[in-house]
Design a protein around this ligand. Structure first.
Ligand SMILES: [Zn+2]
Length: 344
């Protein structure tokens, strides 16, 4: 009987050990430990044994039962753990898969150019001044030496709200406002970026609404050579270190003398191409020394103070810089156009 129990233990432990799932483990429990199982049978037959044999076999039977129970318990824990592990593996997310790219926006090319120009002039000690787009006739024209009925007003026909209120035709009225606020005391060193409006018919190079950046520097002893120096820095910074500039006489009512600034062509370096219309030079902006009368109207003594002003169109700068052939691309906001200016 003793050998019977020993071999029963070995057989049961071996089977428990090789059980592959919880179901077959449960079957083994019933088979070996159940009411009709071999151990129960042994215990039932104890009566037939001698007094000496009884406790020895009884103790062994209990040991065998405990060994099988404990083996089943260990195996059950192991199988349950395996099951959880298998489930986790099945449900886990593969984090090594590439994600879907997030759609990101980029600056509008005009905004990018304006910010580049702003950064440049801030670096030269200018500050940014903004003003109203709906402006008084006084600031838009009169304070800039363009009295009513002045013929130069024809160059800047506007959209009128009333006789005296209009959409500004340039950002210069803001210069007059800032000078006025300084109450005759310099220095004034500002750039004024913003939207302006004119009654132009839209085509490849004209728009009824466009951007402008103007600069103004009023102080004691500001000279035309200072203007030339600042504009040279600007030209090299925006269009390349090799650029040269050229000033040509021009006319604006609010500056005297007035000049147009050209830069040497960045495309052909001066030999003549379609970008510079075979001249080797590209017109970039208008500038000049602030007219004494303009200084006076804004509260500055022209005997003490002088100043220079310049104005440019960021659209033109961006068109030249990026080779854009139609100003209307800036306003149509076609994503195929805008996407090309994504910065790396
Ligand atoms: Zn050229």
């Amino acid at each position: 009987m003793k050998e019977q129990l020993e071999s029963l233990r070995n057989e049961a432990l071996e089977q428990v050990n090789s059980a592959e799932d919880l179901k077959s483990l449960q079957d083994l429990r019933v088979k070996y430990l159940g009411k009709k199982g071999p151990i129960t049978e042994v215990l039932r037959g104890m009566g037939k044994l001698s007094k000496e044999e009884r406790p020895v076999i009884g103790q062994l039977a209990n040991e065998v039962r405990e060994a099988i129970e404990s083996a089943i318990k260990d195996k059950q824990e192991h199988l349950e753990l395996e099951k959880i592990k298998a489930q986790l593996a099945e449900e886990s997310i593969d984090v090594t898969l590439p994600g879907r790219p997030v759609q990101s926006a980029n600056h509008h090319p005009l905004t990018a150019v304006i910010e580049e120009i702003e950064d440049l002039f801030i670096g030269l000690g200018f500050s940014i001044a903004e003003g109203p787009e709906v402006e008084n006739d006084y600031y838009n024209f009169e304070a800039l030496n363009l009295p009513k009925d002045h013929p130069a007003r024809d160059m800047q026909d506007s959209f009128y709200i009333t006789e005296e209120i209009l959409l500004r035709t340039h950002t210069s009225p803001n210069q007059a406002r800032v000078m006025e606020a300084h109450k005759g005391k310099g220095p004034v060193k500002i750039i004024c970026p913003g939207k302006v409006y004119r009654r132009d018919t839209d085509d490849a190079t004209h728009s009824h609404q466009f951007m402008q950046i103007e600069g103004l520097y009023v102080d004691k002893n500001v000279r035309l050579s200072d203007l030339k120096g600042i504009l040279t820095v600007f030209a090299k910074e925006m269009f390349g270190e090799d650029r040269q500039i050229r000033l040509r006489p021009s006319y604006f009512p609010f500056t005297e003398p007035s000049v147009e600034m050209d830069i040497s062509c960045f495309h052909c370096s001066g030999s003549g191409c379609s970008v510079c219309k075979k001249t080797g030079w590209i017109e970039i902006l208008g500038a000049g020394m602030v007219h004494p009368h303009v200084l006076e109207m804004s509260g500055f003594d022209p005997k003490v103070y002088t100043g220079f002003a310049f104005g440019m169109g960021p659209e033109r700068i961006a068109m030249l810089k990026y080779g854009i052939n139609d100003i209307r691309h800036f306003y149509n906001n076609d994503v195929r156009f805008l996407k090309q200016f994504k910065r790396a």
